[in-house]
Design a protein around this ligand. Structure first.
Ligand code: ADP
Length: 497
C-alpha cells in the first residue's frame, strides 16, 4: 500500500540520509525536477547545495523540536535550469537497526502560485508608480523599471515615427543597444517590433533563450509604440503575456493622463498669453483714440473757426479706424464665448457668394490701395447656396485681411469655383508663408505662427473661420510654403444635407 501511495502521489516525495543522499525518489519527484530515479538514487540530492542543505538541516531540527512548522519554502531549479518554487514538508526518521537516521520530504510545487502573487504585486506597484508622474518621459521610465529584474532581464519601450522606423526610447536592465549576451543578436529585431506595432497584436518568442515578449502600447495621441521584455532564463509564456498586456493597459492610461495634463497646461499657457495680448490689443486702440480726440479738442478750443477741414477728416478717420479695430476684437471675443457655449447660431438664406466676395473686396479696397496690394477676383457666373450671409462675410473678411496682413504687399487672389453640390473658395497670397510645423495648429484657438511684436493679432481669426465653416458642413484647409505664400481653401456644401 505504501508503495502504491508513493507511485500515485501528486506530491514529489523523497527520502534522504542526513547528508542529503537520496534513498527514495517517487515518479512525481521525477516529473517535478526532471531527474529520474536512476539519476539521483545514492547520490546527493541535486538541489542540496551545501548552503541550502545547511539551512534545511537547521530547519529540520527546529521542526523536530516543534519550534517551527514542518514546512520550508525553497527556491530551486529544475534539471533544465528553470526556476522552481517549492514548499518542502519534512519529517525526521529515527535511525533503525539497518540504517542511519533519515528524513522524509514532500514537495509542493508553488511556482505558479508565487508567480501569480508576484504578478499581482507588480501590478499594484505599477498602479502606484505609474500614477505618480504626469510627464510622459518619466512614466515610460517608471514603466520599464517595474519589470526588471523580477520578471525580465531587460525591458524597453520602442516608438515608431514612420512605418518601419522604430527606435528604443527607454530601457531598463541590459542596455538596449547591446546584444543580450556576447554573440546573441539583439532580440527582438526592429522588424519584429515594427510588426507588433503594425498589427496591434502581441508577439511571443519562446522557442529558445533569449526569450522575448512584445505588446503594443497605445494611448491617444500616440499609436506606434511597443513594450518589449526579454530574458535569457526561463522562456516567457502565456501568463507573462497576460501580465505584459495588463501592464501595457495601465501604462496607456497613465500616459493618457500625462497627455491630458500636458494639454491642459498648454491650454492654460495659451490662454494666459492670449489675455496678455488681448488686453494689449484692446488698450492700444483706446490710447490712440484718446490721443486723437484730445488733439482735436485742443485744436478746436484754440482756434474754433480755423481748424482745417482736412485735419478734422484725418482725425475722425483715425478715430473711426481705431474704434473699428476695437469693435472687431470685441466681436471676436464674443464669438469665442458663443462658440464655446455652443451658441453659434446660423441663419441660412439664399446667398450669391460671388456677389458677397465682390462686396467684401470693395470694403477692403481703400486698405488694399493704401498697402499697395493688388487684388484679383476670379468669379464664376454662378455660386449660389444656402448659407448664413453674415457668418460667410466674416469668413471672407478674416481670410482676406490675413492675406493682406501677412502678404507683404504682394498680390492677393480670391477665386471661386463650383461643383454640383459644393462651392470652393481659394484665398491666395504671396506673403510670408507658414512653416510646416505650425500648420496643424493654426486653426486652433489663440494659436499663432508669428510673434505679437511683428504682427498684431490674437490668433482667433482662423479658429472662427473653421468653426463657422464646419458649422455649415464644410471644411477649410491651408497649403503654404515659408517665404513663398499661402492658400486658404474653403469648401462649402450648397445646402446642409
Ligand atoms: P491672427 O492673425 O490674429 O494672429 P489668425 O487666427 O487669423 O490670427 O491667424 C493665426 C495665425 O496664422 C497668424 O498669427 C499667422 O501666424 C498665421 N496666418 C494666418 N493667415 C496667414 C497668411 N495668409 N499667411 C501667413 N500666415 C498666416
Amino acid at each position: 500500500m505504501l508503495e502504491a501511495i508513493l507511485q500515485v502521489s501528486p506530491l514529489a516525495i523523497h527520502l534522504m540520509d542526513l547528508d542529503g543522499t537520496v534513498r527514495l525518489w517517487n515518479p512525481a519527484a521525477e516529473r517535478l525536477f526532471g531527474w529520474s530515479r536512476e539519476d539521483v538514487l545514492d547520490h546527493r540530492a541535486p538541489w542540496a547545495t551545501d548552503a541550502r542543505w545547511e539551512k534545511f538541516r537547521r530547519h529540520l531540527e527546529q521542526a523536530t523540536q516543534g519550534v517551527e512548522p514542518p514546512c520550508l519554502e525553497l527556491e530551486l531549479h529544475r534539471r533544465d535550469g528553470t526556476p522552481l518554487h517549492v514548499e518542502l514538508w519534512t519529517a525526521p526518521m529515527p535511525p533503525s537497526t539497518t540504517g542511519p537516521a533519515q528524513c522524509l520530504g514532500m514537495l509542493v510545487d508553488v511556482t505558479e502560485r508565487r508567480r501569480g502573487e508576484a504578478h499581482r504585486r507588480l501590478l499594484s506597484e505599477a498602479s502606484e508608480v505609474l500614477g505618480s508622474s504626469l510627464e510622459q518621459d518619466a512614466t515610460l521610465e517608471h514603466l520599464v523599471r517595474l519589470a526588471v529584474p523580477g520578471c525580465a532581464d531587460s525591458c524597453r519601450v520602442f516608438l515608431e515615427d514612420a512605418p518601419g522606423e522604430v527606435r528604443c526610447v527607454v530601457s531598463a536592465g541590459l542596455d538596449a543597444r547591446e546584444p543580450l549576451d556576447a554573440g546573441t543578436p539583439l532580440v527582438p529585431d526592429e522588424a519584429a517590433v515594427s510588426r507588433i506595432i503594425a498589427s496591434g497584436e502581441p508577439a511571443l518568442h519562446d522557442a529558445e533563450p533569449p526569450s522575448w515578449l512584445g505588446v503594443p502600447l497605445a494611448w491617444p495621441g500616440r499609436k506606434g509604440a511597443a513594450l518589449v521584455f526579454s530574458r535569457t532564463g526561463r522562456t516567457f509564456d502565456a501568463r507573462d503575456m497576460a501580465l505584459a498586456r495588463e501592464l501595457a493597459r495601465r501604462a496607456s492610461l497613465a500616459l493618457d493622463h500625462a497627455r491630458q495634463y500636458h494639454e491642459a497646461r498648454q491650454a492654460i499657457r495659451l490662454r494666459e498669453e492670449f489675455l496678455a495680448i488681448a488686453s494689449h490689443e484692446l488698450k492700444s486702440p483706446i490710447s490712440a483714440l484718446q490721443l486723437q480726440v484730445q488733439n482735436l479738442r485742443t485744436a478746436l478750443e484754440r482756434t474754433p473757426d480755423t481748424v482745417p477741414r482736412e485735419r478734422l477728416h484725418r482725425g475722425l478717420d483715425l478715430v473711426g479706424r481705431q474704434a473699428k479695430r476695437q469693435a472687431k476684437l470685441i466681436d471676436a471675443l464674443l464669438d469665442v464665448s458663443r462658440i464655446h457655449a455652443g451658441r453659434l447660431e446660423l441663419n441660412p438664406e439664399p446667398v450669391d457668394l460671388g456677389a458677397l466676395v465682390r462686396e467684401v473686396a470693395e470694403r477692403f479696397e481703400p486698405e488694399m490701395a493704401g498697402a499697395g496690394t493688388h487684388l484679383t477676383l476670379t468669379l464664376p457666373l454662378e455660386a449660389h447656396g444656402h448659407w448664413d450671409r453674415l457668418r460667410l462675410d466674416q469668413v471672407l473678411t478674416n481670410l482676406m485681411s490675413n492675406a493682406m496682413k501677412y502678404g507683404r504687399g504682394n498680390p492677393v487672389q480670391v477665386a471661386l469655383s463650383n461643383t454640383e453640390a459644393h462651392v470652393r473658395l481659394d484665398v491666395r497670397d504671396a506673403g510670408i508663408g507658414i512653416a510646416p510645423e505650425h500648420l496643424p495648429r493654426l486653426f486652433h484657438r489663440f494659436e499663432r505662427a508669428v510673434s505679437s511684436r511683428d504682427y498684431s493679432g490674437v490668433g482667433l481669426g482662423l479658429w472662427i473661420v473653421r468653426e463657422v465653416v464646419e458649422a455649415m458642413g464644410g471644411h477649410v484647409t491651408v497649403s503654404s510654403e515659408l517665404g513663398v505664400g499661402s492658400t486658404f481653401t474653403v469648401v462649402l456644401p450648397r445646402a446642409r444635407g
